[in-house]
Write a protein that binds this ligand. Structure first.
Ligand code: PRP
Ligand code: MN
Ligand code: MG
Length: 182
């Protein structure tokens, strides 16, 4: 096929919608964390786009660090059992940690991650996520900043992948069924 857009069934969130919401969230974060020593923690790989676009809108200085985690267990769905593939470089003692995610689906990844980060002695841990699927939640996760609540359907783009592709779509959309090989 060759063209990225060809595989998209419908656009759920346009680039303009994403950018407008990022402006609002960045203003909230800049206000809430004024005069604080903030460490933004991006969760690889999905959060790369959000971290890049959100932090460039902040009017406060922040540090950035990255973690890569993997759910393991059965199949492709989160099991709640998480393995650290790449840990943070930073010491969290006394830091204000803002975990940034592309999406909260079941909530299992972040629920585990936040507990893990809290055990490292930070001053605070909060979450910012671009997307959240309330109907898919298996555990409650206390999220401070949410871009959009979306329906429980499979979406790609803006960091979200299907088989490691579509992360570079500049918007969020659903895939045509034939793309899944169905
Ligand atoms: C996706 C997404 C979140 C997580 C959400 O990451 O980026 O990190 O799943 O799912 P949950 O709320 O059900 O736990 P994935 O594990 O696919 O890795 P990736 O970011 O590298 O795509
Ligand atoms: Mn992820
Ligand atoms: Mg993924």
């Amino acid at each position: 096929n060759g063209s990225l857009d060809n595989d998209i069934e419908h656009v759920l969130l346009s680039t303009d919608q994403i950018n407008a919401r990022l402006d609002e969230i960045a203003a909230d974060i800049s206000r809430d964390y004024a005069d604080k020593d903030v460490l933004v923690v991006g969760v690889l790989k999905g959060a790369v786009m959000v971290v890049a676009d959100l932090t460039r809108r902040l009017t406060i200085p922040v540090s950035m660090d990255w973690m890569a985690v993997s759910s393991y267990g059965s199949g492709t769905k989160s099991s709640g059992v998480v393995r650290i593939l790449k840990d943070l470089d930073a010491d969290l003692h006394g830091r204000h940690v803002l975990v940034v995610e592309d999406i909260i689906d079941s909530g299992l990844t972040l629920s585990w991650l936040v507990a893990n980060l809290r055990s490292r002695g930070p001053e605070s841990v909060e979450i910012a996520t671009m997307l959240r699927k309330p109907d898919a939640a298996k555990v409650e996760v206390d999220v401070r900043y949410v871009g959009f609540d979306i329906p429980n359907e499979f979406v790609v783009g803006y960091g979200l992948d299907y088989a490691e592709q579509y992360r570079n779509l500049p918007y969020v959309g659903t895939l045509k069924p034939e793309v899944y090989g169905g």
